[in-house]
Design a protein around this ligand. Sequence first.
Ligand code: HEC
Length: 186
Amino acid sequence: MGPGQSAKVRFVAAWALGCGGWLAVASCAPLDPRVGPLLEDDAGLDAQGRPTDGSTSGTDANNLPDGVAAGVSFALQIRPLINRAQGDPAGGGCRDCHDSTQPRHPGYDMSGFDTSTLKSIRRGGNTSGLRILIAGDPTGSVMVMKLEGRQTTGARMPKGETPWAPADIATLRQWITEGAQGGDNE
Ligand code: HEC
């Protein structure tokens, strides 16, 4: 048997094994569990479900699916920063001066700015008012101006304390960019 004959024997064997005829020999491939359409369904996404090719198709700027609300949570990410203690080396909190539910609150007394709830934060203080948080405009929001030292009245906040780290201010900025969402009691 020469080389040509041997190839012909293998071809006939494949055909005879019932893979659907010689034009459909490729249809035998999915029998191997490592290949085939099932795997391709999951391919191209990482563990967080983001495209591995760097595309943002179907996702917004935060890599969240289109239509999914705020990526930054006030309650989980901003409130803990606000409620840090005075003297926290990572950045001073506001609670010891601006929380109307605390025993003493010199910042609230002097400025009217009460950080006890998100509702009271949104009211702003005597000079900021509703400009305290302007949804979609972190640069114009007085809370950010005070933290960044760009304020037009009074001191940089937290007054006399370690300024917030740029990453923490960036989180606050992102939350405002996303619409400063959250419940009144947060
Ligand atoms: C040591 C006390 C103290 C701490 C801590 C403090 N503040 Fe103040 N804050 C004040 C005082 C006093 C004023 C009023 C004078 C001024 O504006 O500088 C004030 C005013 C403000 C105002 C102006 C409100 C208005 O409408 O006039 C904002 C906004 C503010 N603080 C934000 C913050 C934030 C945010 C934090 C936490 C990161 C913070 N403060 C921490 C004492 C404090």
